[in-house]
Design a protein around this ligand. Structure first.
Ligand code: GUN
Length: 283
């Protein structure tokens, strides 16, 4: 079974579109998301475009702010501070990665927690790990939604996450733990990785290496979630971290790339923007 993140996200965005259409009457306006793109990296530019397109569909106002890669850090931080102070802005997202001269940590901590639609702010991360109400990071949130949509029981299962980034690996491991899975976090330095991944009922791969997970690393009937977005070194096409064709014949459930986790990330960004908006207008 292939989980189509594209199909699920289309359904959820349709629902959100209906919800947002009631906002002008209820609250006098629609949510407003500001996305900041620094530099001209083509992958980042394409993600930012996807976010604008989804916003347009859902009925969320989107402003994309493009700044050159040479922007001084302080100028970027000032831009964020002015958006924090702007009452017409509900969500702020700075597309990562950033040029080397800009500290991602400083950028993330400068975005106000209330407008942090990515769920990356240290206070949001702390709230997540302390089981307090928070904005959930988009990709991990989308993965849990996909598993539930596919009818995968998480409770009591052994989950292995390959990757320990702040954006995906660590928070998805925490969300799986909160769903009562028993979680192992593996990474590029894990010894005898196949022996670890073969124990997984649910395998989440976020390591950023094309076709890293081969069929021998997956047990029969496992659920495989591929978070990778890579260029195939041979064909130049988009591919995941999982050798899809080989692994699909062993897995009971698998996500494709493209059309799997990616659309769910954007869908959850829309949801987070609506949540930030509602918290604000309900105050
Ligand atoms: N770069 C890759 N994924 C993400 C994401 O979820 N949010 C932001 N801001 N940048 C990213």
């Amino acid at each position: 079974m292939i989980i189509s993140g594209k199909e699920l996200s289309a359904r959820l965005k349709e629902d959100m579109r209906g919800e947002v259409s009631t906002f002008p009457e209820k609250y006098g306006r629609v949510p407003h998301l500001v996305v900041i793109l620094v530099g001209d990296d083509s992958a980042s530019a394409s993600y930012v475009k996807g976010k604008a397109k989804a916003s347009e569909f859902v009925g969320i106002r989107n402003t994309t702010v493009h700044r050159p890669a040479t922007i001084p850090e302080e100028e970027l931080l000032d831009l964020i501070r002015s958006l924090n102070a702007d009452d017409t802005v509900d969500g702020i997202l700075v597309q990562l990665p950033l040029p080397d001269h800009i500290s991602e940590a400083r950028v993330i901590e400068t975005i106000s927690k209330e407008k942090d639609v990515d769920g990356f702010h240290p206070l949001n991360v702390a709230a997540l790990w302390q089981k307090q109400p928070c904005t959930l990071p988009c990709t991990p949130k989308g993965i849990i939604k996909m598993l539930k949509f596919a009818g995968v029981e998480i409770k009591g299962k052994r989950a292995v996450v390959i990757g320990r980034s702040n954006i995906v690996g660590l928070p998805v491991a925490k969300l799986l733990l909160d769903e009562n899975a028993t979680v192992t976090i593996a990474h590029s330095r894990t010894g005898n990785l196949p022996s670890v991944t073969r124990e997984a009922d649910i395998l989440v791969v976020a390591i950023g290496k094309p076709r890293f997970v081969t069929a021998d690393m997956v047990s029969d009937g496992a659920v495989v979630i591929d978070v990778g977005v890579n260029r195939d070194p041979e064909t130049g096409k988009l591919c995941g971290d999982v050798d899809f064709d080989a692994v699909a014949s062993k897995a009971s459930v698998i996500t494709p790339v493209p059309g799997g986790v990616g659309p769910m990330t954007i869908c959850c960004l829309m949801e987070n923007t609506i949540e930030c908006f509602l918290r604000k207008v309900a105050r």
